[in-house]
Ligand binder design. Sequence first.
Ligand SMILES: Cc1cc2nc3c(=O)[nH]c(=O)nc-3n(C[C@H](O)[C@H](O)[C@H](O)COP(=O)(O)O)c2cc1C
Length: 203
Amino acid sequence: MIAIAITGASGPILGIRLIEELLSGGEEVYAVVSNAAWQIIDHELSYKKNGPSPLTGLIASRGKTAKINLLKEYDDKDFFSPLASGSTLFEAMVVIPCSMKTLSGIAHGYADSLITRACDVAIKEKRKLVVVPRETPLSIIHIENMHKLALAGAIILPPVISFYTLPKSTDDMVDFITGKVLNLLGKKNTLFESWGNSHCPAK
Ligand SMILES: Cc1cc2nc3c(=O)[nH]c(=O)nc-3n(C[C@H](O)[C@H](O)[C@H](O)COP(=O)(O)O)c2cc1C
């Protein structure tokens, strides 16, 4: 089972695409979406939070995966969620996209939300933690927080455009980042081919 958090940075589509790909691959996903992320989902994807399982509703409405039953979602204030405890053996935790506020909370162990608590758990239990921070430019505070997390074992994967894959759309760019995270998780990635298989100019 993989834990995914979507926080209030630009680019919630990154987290949504990752969840879709994991579900399609038969992976169980426990997900948390922060309140700020829902505001950005409304702004960037024109989708309003609604119903008791809003993320499930959003992903079902996009029709990209049939395996929606593998998705469980939790409220960001629900400390009774399995994700709040080290006794839940989640394989990895991914925060995608990660706001600078949540980055700071994780880096300082300030676990006042389910997302920051689950990351705290991932660090203390030595589980894989992948953080996809989205901000530009970066201040020294942001950089120091990333440094702290990297020292604690987290993988910092900024959503940087891959010009070398010759993207034709924002969807291509999103899929590249999604594929990079899948690779880090050791999961099947069909979103882009490895260098030399399709993009090598010599072939
Ligand atoms: C449209 C919009 C875009 C934002 N983009 C970013 C961003 O890219 N990175 C960031 O760190 N904060 C961004 N913010 C600010 C965060 O949403 C804000 O700091 C919030 O408190 C984060 O809460 P969370 O970490 O609990 O999700 C944005 C806010 C809005 C309204």
